[in-house]
Design a protein around this ligand. Structure first.
Ligand code: HEM
Length: 118
C-alpha cells in the first residue's frame, strides 16, 4: 500500500510543486506580504519542508516547531485558508486526484492551531 507522499510522486513531485506554489503565494495579496524580505534560498527550503509535510512524507517538523516558526507573524484563519487554497490549485495543475488533494488539505488543517499559535 503506497503512502500519500509516494502516490503524489515523492520528492520529484515536491520539487515540481515548489515553483508553482511559491508563484501563487507571492501573487496572492491576502498573504504575499508575509514573504517580503524572506531569503529566497531559505524560502525554497521552507516550501519543500512545507510540501513534504502536507504530503505526509518524512517530516522533521513537530507542532511545536510550527508554533515557534510562525509566532511572530500574527497569522489568522484567512491566511491559513489562502495557503490551503493555493496548495489545492497547485496540486490540481499537477494532475493530483481530488481525493488526494482533500487528504492533503486535511493534513494542513490538522496543524492550524499550531501555526496560528492558539
Ligand atoms: C499548514 C500550514 C503551514 C505549514 C505546515 C507551514 C510550514 C512551515 C515550515 C516548515 C517553515 C520553515 C520553518 C523553518 O525551518 O524555519 C515555515 C516558515 C514560514 N512560514 Fe509557514 N507553514 C504553514 C502556514 C503558513 C502561513 C498560513 C503563512 C503565511 C501566510 C506562512 C508563512 C511562513 C513564512 C513567511 C515562513 C518563513 C519565516 C522566516 O523565514 O522568517 N506559513 N512554515
Amino acid at each position: 500500500m503506497s503512502t500519500l507522499y509516494e502516490r503524489i510522486g515523492g520528492e520529484k513531485a515536491v520539487d515540481a510543486a515548489v515553483d508553482i506554489f511559491y508563484r501563487k503565494i507571492l501573487s496572492d495579496d491576502r498573504i504575499s506580504e508575509f514573504f517580503d524580505g524572506v531569503d529566497m534560498a531559505a524560502q525554497a527550503q521552507k516550501q519543500k519542508a512545507f510540501l513534504t509535510m502536507v504530503f505526509g512524507g518524512p517530516n522533521k517538523y513537530s507542532g511545536k516547531d510550527l508554533r515557534e516558526g510562525h509566532k511572530h507573524m500574527k497569522l489568522n484563519d484567512v491566511h491559513l485558508d489562502a495557503v490551503i487554497e493555493n496548495l489545492g490549485a497547485t496540486l490540481q495543475e499537477l494532475g493530483v486526484a481530488e481525493a488526494d488533494i482533500a487528504e492533503i488539505a486535511g493534513i494542513a488543517n490538522s496543524v492550524r492551531d499550531d501555526v496560528l499559535n492558539r
